[in-house]
Design a protein around this ligand. Structure first.
Ligand SMILES: [Zn+2]
Length: 290
């Protein structure tokens, strides 16, 4: 009897006899942390879950240390949904919306005329940004469009989310010379058959065995995916310092404190009058020019 391993893992795998690589991600507690920060409508929870799975899958393809974000924006009732991640598979995210969102709302009903913006920010090097319209019915298909446009590599993506878990799969032709579309098409058809229930309840190894039992698959050790917010009292202090001291003093005079909230994790940072004096005392002086 094998004990169920903890969720929140990203798995990479390779086919021994095909120039195709794959990834599988299963998320539970990290996803719960993201959606528990706000009273999100069901449809938005699922979008955030699929975005988390996507970000984890894309992060695993990065060849650099740095950050990645996948952001959906539009002119619909949901103006923003974003997941930020890094090469350590640390993710956080948030969504903003207005009014009622139906449980079965489509991407177009939520985002209106929407876009997906993918931003890759290496610690050393140039930032890269790619944009695709939210023109397909599913986020997975929109991402496939992105890969078709940005890397011109055949890519298959499957994404699932309910209120408890999120999961996804990624299949892509290895960027080598030669034409491997035929073997990719075959593996893609097999990957297409994966069901939400399988990804939510089975071990990665078992999922791969069910999908590709006639193939030779090399499964690598999983990487843990975690929720991690990058906010801090220090960062909030820096944000306060961008406001004039007169304005901040006015708030202190009125309510006795300045409260800064993080919309990603709901942390609250409270600054009293002594904190505020210290923030401005430590601020680099801008009025001394020589
Ligand atoms: Zn935070």
């Amino acid at each position: 009897m094998t004990e169920k391993m903890s969720k929140d893992n990203l798995y990479r795998y390779l086919f021994e006899n095909a120039s195709v690589r794959g990834e599988l991600v299963q998320l539970e507690s990290s996803y719960q942390e993201v959606i528990s920060a706000h009273d999100y409508p069901l449809a938005i929870q699922k979008v955030l879950g699929e975005l988390m799975a996507s970000t984890s899958l894309l992060t695993a393809t990065l060849k650099f240390s740095g950050d990645i974000s996948i952001q959906l924006q539009g002119d619909g009732p949901v103006s923003l949904a974003v997941i930020n991640g890094n090469n350590l598979q640390q993710l956080r995210g948030v969504s903003r919306w207005d009014g009622e969102i139906a449980d079965d709302a489509s991407l177009q009903q939520m985002f209106g005329k929407g876009y997906m913006v993918i931003t890759l920010t290496p610690n050393d090097g140039e930032r890269y940004q790619g944009v695709v319209g939210l023109e397909k019915d599913t986020l997975a298909e929109c991402l496939e469009d992105y890969f078709q446009q940005s890397e011109q590599l055949p890519t298959k993506i499957k994404l699932f989310a309910d209120t408890k878990q999120a999961a996804g799969m990624f299949l892509q032709v290895l960027p080598t010379d030669g034409n491997h579309n035929e073997e990719f098409d075959h593996l893609s058809i097999l990957t297409e058959t994966v069901k939400q229930d399988e990804l939510f309840s089975l071990e990665a190894e078992e999922v791969l065995h069910r999908l590709y039992h006639e193939e030779e698959v090399r499964l690598y050790e999983p990487v843990a995916v975690t929720f991690k917010c990058t906010c801090s009292k220090e960062r909030s202090a820096k944000a306060i310092r961008t406001v004039s001291k007169e304005e901040v003093d006015a708030i202190i005079a009125e309510v006795g404190k300045v409260e800064m909230g993080c919309e990603y994790c709901n942390s609250k940072y409270i600054f009293d009058s002594i904190d505020i004096e210290a923030i401005y005392a430590n601020a680099p002086s801008n009025d001394v020019t020589q």
